[in-house]
Ligand binder design. Structure first.
Ligand code: HEM
Length: 149
């Protein structure tokens, strides 16, 4: 396994998961209490460029790390292999994240106001839970992967 690849993957994880935990636990509750979307907007504006670079880095380094386990991605769809299940779960979680983030970015944020602050919260909370799940499943690789129920 490539040390620097994993190092970048861990930095990206810190930025993506850490940033979303700060948003969901620190910034969002204040914005909801005050019914003030500007509080979330100010955070999003500063965080978004950094967060998007981190997410892109996660996809690229994640695929490369996966190739370390499955050269040429051969065997990746073997559901009897817990490492393959973990890798596919991560791709699925990432896909869900991208769908929710795009919906928030394209549909909610352009018209953000008091009226749709709750809708934004209903995107921020699942994306944050997904980010924690991505870190959890990532760590599972060291512990044998994931088994299907
Ligand atoms: C925001 C998205 C992601 C986060 C927060 C994240 C987080 C993590 C974390 C915390 C680890 C544990 C590293 C360790 O044990 O030292 C990890 C490992 C790993 N991740 Fe991700 N990851 C993300 C996206 C992805 C994606 C899209 C893939 C592609 C399938 C992927 C593939 C892997 C692999 C293969 C490992 C195991 C590396 C090893 O051999 O230890 N990750 N990830």
């Amino acid at each position: 396994m490539n040390f620097w690849l994993l190092f970048v993957h861990l930095l990206g994880a810190a930025i993506w998961t850490g940033g979303h935990l700060v948003l969901a636990l620190g910034v969002l509750p204040l914005a909801l209490r005050r019914r003030d979307p500007a509080i979330v907007q100010a955070f999003e504006e500063r965080y978004e460029p950094v967060g998007l670079v981190a997410l892109a880095a996660q996809l690229l380094t994640g695929l490369e790390l996966t190739r370390g386990y499955f050269p040429g991605f051969h065997g990746l769809t073997n559901f009897d292999n817990p490492i393959a299940v973990a890798a596919l779960t991560k791709l699925g979680l990432l896909l869900l994240t991208v769908v929710l983030a795009l919906d928030a970015r394209l549909r909610i944020i352009p018209k953000l106001g008091r009226h749709n602050l709750n809708a934004l919260a209903l995107h921020i909370i699942p994306v944050t839970l997904l980010s924690v799940a991505l870190a959890y499943v990532g760590l599972r690789f060291r512990f044998g992967g994931l088994t299907l129920p």
